[in-house]
Write a protein that binds this ligand. Structure first.
Ligand code: FAD
Length: 467
């Protein structure tokens, strides 16, 4: 009987355990994507990026002989309908460790098995399954360095070659990609973000090749410099499964064996991604609740006009505004900039980290629920292995240090710059008209004096820790 391959965020042909096994089985297959409640809940930029991923992957799969059928609805109901139409006897998928996906998949597996169908899940999203890495006491890791020490020596299987042919099963009717409406919330911004996005497996591979050729040697020294493209920029493709972490790991490992500077630092960063999934798997409320409950009574402000100015890149703090505009225009943000804007929001503006997390969730084309939640809790000080709250980034000195010539700020800020680059102008073209933003002669006056904001944050922290 045919196998129904349910694709979710694993849009690649290389190193794809499920596809390899399906090809080897010789059984006829059908491929399906379902726009269900889990995917419907993605933010605007992730939805748009999902549409791009599907547009690239559909034809790639078709070249292997199998069309990607698109449907919308409750996942189990759609699976049942497709099973009824096709006579499929098995449903296979690659595991997605997002807690919402786990809940859905567990229920579906039970239901399908109860109906006598084969339901199988495959690896591929992470290097190390969260349940396989355990501390000496048998529990999960909460601190990165021991986690890294535990995994760095573990074997990582070699990546699988790309699947080139699958045996097609019955042809089914599906929706058109446009009918799914994934790109709609990004009406204005989508065309702009498209200039910066790198969609699909070939582009992901090109990014990796470029990084190995020109980037890895300078990675350690330059990765914090905001204007440089000194990092791999692969997070966008990893988020949608357009490249596997295993392929990147092996490339990095080879570079390390060849003694290339930067390679080990790069591998360590890649493993932060796994660590985030490890945390999220074991603490599924990572994106919702303070990891340390003693933070529950911290006097963080909720959403506010100040937070809105932060979202719109109008705080008057140049590096913060530059970074928030980079986010809006490209759907990505430099890692150091993510830390600077998160610290500014949670400390200088004393705003709940979840306000920032939600904006990132809506704007990032590399949105990864685990890395995002870990990142926010880490900066805010309430997460596992977090930076202490009293370590407050001064955005001005961060800018001096990591953007010494101001190239990053000039790239993203048009105010007062008669020769503003296209990147800076793109921001004004991308934002909703209702924001009524035009490049003025200067940035708005700063929302808060940096020293005063710092003192207020420290006072709030001191009041809390004496309780
Ligand atoms: P490189 O430096 O080339 O690193 C290679 C890969 O390692 C990355 O693609 C990424 O998969 C992984 N990685 C590197 N640093 C981290 C890290 N600190 N945490 C987890 N994984 C890491 N990353 C996301 O992929 N999605 C998010 O939604 C996300 N939200 C974040 C929110 C905040 C507040 C912070 C502080 C960080 C967040 N990060 C997130 C982590 C990090 O900023 C990005 O992974 C990184 O900027 C991606 O750029 P790159 O691909 O060039 O990374």
């Amino acid at each position: 009987t045919p196998i129904l391959l349910w694709l979710r965020r694993d849009f690649r042909l290389s190193d794809h355990p499920m596809l390899t096994e399906a090809a080897a089985s010789g059984r006829p297959v059908l491929a399906l994507f379902i726009l269900d409640a889990v995917a419907e809940a993605y933010g605007a930029a992730p939805r748009w990026r999902l549409e791009q991923a599907l547009a690239a992957f559909g034809p790639a799969l078709e070249r292997c002989g199998v069309p990607l059928v698109l449907r919308r609805g409750a996942a189990l109901a759609v699976l049942r309908a497709v099973i009824a139409e096709s006579g499929a006897g098995a449903v296979w998928w690659s595991r997605d460790l997002d807690p919402a996906a786990i809940a859905r998949d567990t229920e579906i597996k039970t239901a399908l098995k109860a109906e006598g169908l084969e339901a199988r899940s495959f690896d591929g999203q992470v290097l190390f399954a969260p349940w396989e890495v355990k501390t000496g006491q048998g529990g999960p890791y909460r601190v990165y360095t021991p986690y890294w020490k535990a995994v760095r020596g573990l074997p990582v299987a070699a990546p699988l070659p790309a699947v080139t042919a699958l045996r097609p099963g019955p042809i089914l009717r599906g929706d058109s990609l446009a009918a799914l409406g994934l790109g709609l919330p990004m009406r204005r911004g989508g065309a702009i973000v498209a200039k910066y996005a790198r969609v699909g497996e070939a582009q992901a591979q090109a990014r990796l090749d470029r990084f190995l050729r020109d980037g890895i040697e300078t990675y350690q020294a330059r990765r914090d410099f905001l204007a440089d493209h000194a990092t791999s920029e692969l997070s966008e493709n990893l988020a949608w499964g357009e490249i596997s972490p295993r392929m990147i790991w092996h490339a990095g490992w080879r570079a390390m064996q060849e003694g290339r500077a930067g390679a080990e630092t790069f591998l360590k960063e890649l493993v932060w991604r796994d660590f985030a999934w490890h945390l999220m798997y074991h603490y599924p409320t990572l994106a919702r609740a303070n990891w340390r409950s003693e933070w529950d009574d911290f006097p963080w402000a909720g959403d506010s006009d100040a937070a809105e100015r932060w979202r719109r890149g109008q705080t008057g703090e140049p590096v913060v505004d530059a970074a928030m505009r980079e986010l809006y225009v490209t759907g990505r943000m430099h890692n150091r900039a993510r830390m600077i804007v998160a610290s500014y929001l949670t400390k200088h503006l004393l705003t709940d980290w979840r306000v920032g997390l939600r904006w990132f969730e809506d704007c990032l084309i590399d949105h990864d629920p685990a890395a995002n939640a870990m990142g926010w809790q880490w900066v805010a000080g309430c997460g596992p292995d977090a930076a202490p709250y009293f370590r407050i980034f001064n955005p001005a000195s961060q800018a001096e240090k990591f953007d010494p010539e101001g190239a990053y700020r000039r790239r993203w800020l048009a105010e007062g710059n008669r020769h503003a680059p296209q990147t800076a102008l793109d921001f004004f073209a991308a934002v909703p008209k209702s924001w009524k933003l035009v490049p003025g002669p200067a940035l708005p006056a700063p929302l808060i004096d940096l020293a005063a904001g710092r003192d207020r944050a420290l006072a709030a922290y001191a009041a809390r820790s004496t309780k």
